[in-house]
Design a protein around this ligand. Structure first.
Ligand SMILES: CC(C)(COP(=O)(O)OP(=O)(O)OC[C@H]1O[C@@H](n2cnc3c(N)ncnc32)[C@H](O)[C@@H]1OP(=O)(O)O)[C@@H](O)C(=O)NCCC(=O)NCCS
Length: 185
């Protein structure tokens, strides 16, 4: 039986050309608030924009700090946190899903695709998962494009599958299997 938490704890920091993905610190709160308080960033997320810094402080402390699989995305060039990517394990099925969010100032520059590649590589090479899957809502096609760029395949659509902030959304599913992952190492 693979000890996923041990492997995650042994891999707290992953690095690509432009990014370091690493654990959160309380010092990241101001940077997290910048993206978490932006209504355009949270439009297709299940949670609503933060309205004060104390709310962000609580989330960073209680949800991010010391949680294996929750990574701050740090831009090497600016040495600051510009977003978050988190891997959500489902050990029973040797699979995982993930979520991600990025400060709007940095959208469409390939950063999330770079971060997701690191997470997929960790998932298949170190964690030995069989499958990684994710969803996005119709309307948020940029997110699906990130998944596609990382080799994930479209698996279908659930019509008005969820009700988020009072709106029904169609849900698009993507996944990739270990046998289709080409290692970055
Ligand atoms: C989704 C998100 C993480 C993408 O991050 P990013 O760093 O901008 O992603 P990348 O630059 O790696 O790739 C984005 C791709 O989507 C494309 N794209 C952007 N908006 C698009 C749209 N409306 N329709 C189609 N494609 C779109 C970009 O052109 C780019 O593709 P390309 O490289 O082929 O040109 C970012 O927009 C974000 O944080 N959104 C808010 C939070 C969110 O929705 N999270 C996902 C929930 S499922």
């Amino acid at each position: 039986m693979i000890d996923y938490n041990k492997i995650l704890a042994e891999n707290p920091v992953l690095e690509s050309e432009r990014l370091v993905i690493r654990p959160f610190f309380m010092d990241d709160v101001n940077e997290v608030f910048l993206y978490a308080s932006d209504d355009q960033v949270t439009e297709y997320l299940t949670w609503s924009s933060h309205t004060d810094l104390a709310q962000t402080e609580k989330i960073v402390k209680e949800v991010f700090l010391g949680k294996p699989g929750v990574y701050a995305i740090e831009l090497k060039a600016e040495q600051k946190c510009i977003g978050c990517i988190d891997l959500r394990l489902c050990p029973e099925h040797d699979k995982a899903s993930f979520g991600y969010v990025l400060n709007r100032k940095y959208w469409n520059q390939g950063y999330m695709s770079e971060a997701l590649q690191l997470i997929l590589n960790l998932s298949f090479t170190k964690l030995q998962l069989n499958r990684v899957e994710a969803t996005h809502f119709v309307g948020n096609e940029g997110s699906g494009r990130v998944m596609e760029k990382c080799g994930m395949k479209y698996e279908g659509k659930g019509s008005q599958e969820v009700k988020i902030k009072g709106n029904y959304y169609d849900v698009i599913r993507y996944a990739i299997l270990k046998e289709n992952w080409v290692s970055l190492d």
